[in-house]
Design a protein. Sequence first.
Length: 212
Amino acid sequence: MSKTIIFVHGWGFDAGVWDPLRAHMPDIPAITIELGFRNAPESLPETPPGEIIAVGHSLGFLWLLKTKPFTWDKLVAINGFSKFLAADDFPSGLDARILQAMMEQCQKDAPAVLADFFKANGHDEKIEKLNQDRLVKGLEWLRDWDMRSELKNNQTPLLALAGKTDPISPPSLTEASFTGLKDSRLVWHDDSHLLPLSAPAWCADHIREFIQ
């Protein structure tokens, strides 16, 4: 059966964030979904026949669980989580006040917020065009979406790739999201939140092993 990987990027990025990883997997057909945070419009390509492997980075993984835009046979999270903010029954999440401040600032100066986000993750990139409204909407998704039940009820094999020094999805949040799930595997890298960019070969190797 033919295999196709469908990639979904995270907040502040576009489909190009997958280029380094895809370069290490040229033999496996791939499709990218565009969430519209930059100049490119939102896109949801048609799903081809065969086995589908859904790969989401950070918010992109949460978006997959929330929207379920297609049926997948295997699921991969990179720097992912099932819920972002802390709650009484989810103390490992992040403080809501931090995200609220980020949302308010994003409505005033989205480029500055994105630059700070990149800096916190050791990433240096100048963005020519942004969709401010869509960036704010993405932060609202992080605030509102709780996909713990959806992930727990996922019936397909799951691979989670995570960074030990990730400041956005720290180990405590990662473990709270993925520990105890059936047919799942959690693999750690020493790096941070942007593993598709900082460790593309490592990600590709683990994805290839997982889907084969």
